[in-house]
Design a protein around this ligand. Sequence first.
Ligand code: ADP
Ligand code: MG
Length: 701
Amino acid sequence: MSEMKVTELFGSMVFNEDVMKQRLSGQCYKEWKKCVTDGTPLELSTAHEIANAMKDWALEKGATHYTHWFQPMTGVTAEKHDSFITPDGDTGRVLMQFSGKELVRGEPDASSFPSGGLRATFEARGYTAWDPKAFAFIKDGSLCIPTIFCSYSGQALDKKTPLLRSMDEISRQAVRIMKLFGNGGSNVKRVISQVGPEQEYFLIDKSVCERREDLLLTGRTLFGAKSPKSQELEDHYFGTIKPRVAEYMKDLEHELWKLGILAKTKHNEVAPAQHELAPIYTDANTACDHNQLTMEIMKNVAAKHGMVCLLHEKPFAGVNGSGKHDNWSLSTDTGLNLFKPGSTPSQNARFLLFLAAFLKGVDEYQELLRCTVAVPGNDHRLGAQEAPPAIISVFLGDELTAVVDSIVNGTEYVEQGKRFLSIGVDSLPSIPQDNTDRNRTSPLAFTGNKFEFRMLGSSQSITGPNIALNTIMAEELEQFADILEKAEDFSAALHDLIRNTFREHKRIIFNGNGYEQAWVEEAERRGLSNLTCTSDALKVYLQPKHIELFRKHGVFTEEELTARNEIHLENYCQVVGIEARTMVDMVRRDIFPAVSGYSAQVAGTIAGKRAVIADLDCSAEEKLLRRLSSLSAEMMKQCEALEAALAAPYGDNAYEAAHYCRYTIFEIMGSLRSAVDELETITAGDWWPYPSYAELLFSVK
Ligand code: ADP
Ligand code: MG
């Protein structure tokens, strides 16, 4: 495809600012723009004009329906399609219509979405409201209108509402800081959090995948002996992309580009069959919408290519799982990146202040950040030597750490001709941004002009982590602004604030190898939290400190936060329950019969051989038969234990239930799996009911 064609294709299915400029009256366009930049409400007449223009545009593109597109607490997107048709009087014909009212507000019968008890049944009908900041787009013949989803009393029932609230709040507080620095800072009206999520995924041949009940029902393999070859040779990472995968990636990019998604980089990842896609970063709101769309389209395009795209965090034991790197920064509406070390002393002072706020925030709210990546699939990755540990720390790299040290200690900074660093007076030494300084084991790495939050699971919505980053940062900047606005000597106050903050929160900085056991011990000495699983993390989700943080910044009410915790706990239990029941089903209906049949065959072989020659050496078969029988007995013992555990009471509340799922059910699942996986290695391939890891991981040629 020529360059020209890509530029035409890009955004062709998006009702973006360009299209609005062309299709709306000058007045209407101006009002929309004002609504987006200043938050002024839209008149219904304006909404009506926009709706009409949207509809005409959508009809020209072949759309017949529209839908409010929203992000309920399930973590995936929801849509309910209505056609544009309206009867044309008594003529028996139809008109295509779409009103401002339909654009602005919808009432999906959405009582089946999880609400964590927020919606009493008498007001079960939440409503959706248009988010004029996010562009409408056409997908599968429907005009999709990005909306928020709330209860009638205004409580957020979705993931977008709190994200927008957190973006407003970080903007408000960061603008206060910008004003203090003068020097162009006073022109800043808004500060926008910017996000670029790198998305990992697996591609498996559909016909192979369909033969695995576990992959179909749970997205991961619940059984599976290690393949003789997996990722040992490290020959897949950044390797040549296979033709079938290359075709898929090309198609995927085209679909994403049509929707204005800035798909930029594609490459093979560490595990066989694992790949990654990274977009160019954009504002957090758009990035979250786009990541949801990307995940959906990845799956759809895979189906067209006879493949299945697995977004689960750990589809295969023993090979690397998939995560998502959430690259996050703050930029002003005047185009400044606030995490970019500057070239003048004043810019550097500002940079150090934002850095100090970040370190303080991450240290104080490390458990909250941990909670935002607490999704069931992530339990298999975090701390498993393939993803960061469950301990939150920040990687700054040697240069920046030396700067922090020198500020803390008041000692000379050794690089660049031995000198003291005086904040606001000196320039920072240059901080390299190259790839050599990357530390892949860090959960939160400074990468030159942004932070990379690397703990996210590949399947999760990126809203939660970004809501937390925005709100934490807003809180720290607010505290800083309160101090600095009152200071008589700004420079002195700034210097003290930065130095004291670095001094108090230095423990959160860690540049070493996060995969080593030594770090776990060191982190414990430093008093850092280490919540190793979802059920443990969710226990600390509702700490008073967290409730207060979100309440104060208007991001979540206590009720909303409690509801979310409830939903996460419930989801965890459901996921574990589904996996456990799937295991039982696979064992009882496929694996046990197969092993039993194969054992009978082996027994028959022994008997047959002996019938011919009575003292024939059958020791190999006998040994095999004994092993098959004892493992089979062990398997059925664990299977029954699992059934019993599933049937027993889970506890009196959601916390106890999650704890029970993790420490009782999940443990038995592990024992059951060991027995089955060993059986797989000694059962004849023809008898084993499922494709092996080798078949799965090397299924796409
Ligand atoms: P890597 O070397 O890890 O691949 P890149 O610089 O290529 O890093 O960026 C990875 C992701 O980070 C991309 O999605 C990119 O758009 C995003 N990114 C780059 N700069 C920023 C920034 N200032 N804020 C947020 N995300 C960014
Ligand atoms: Mg990265």
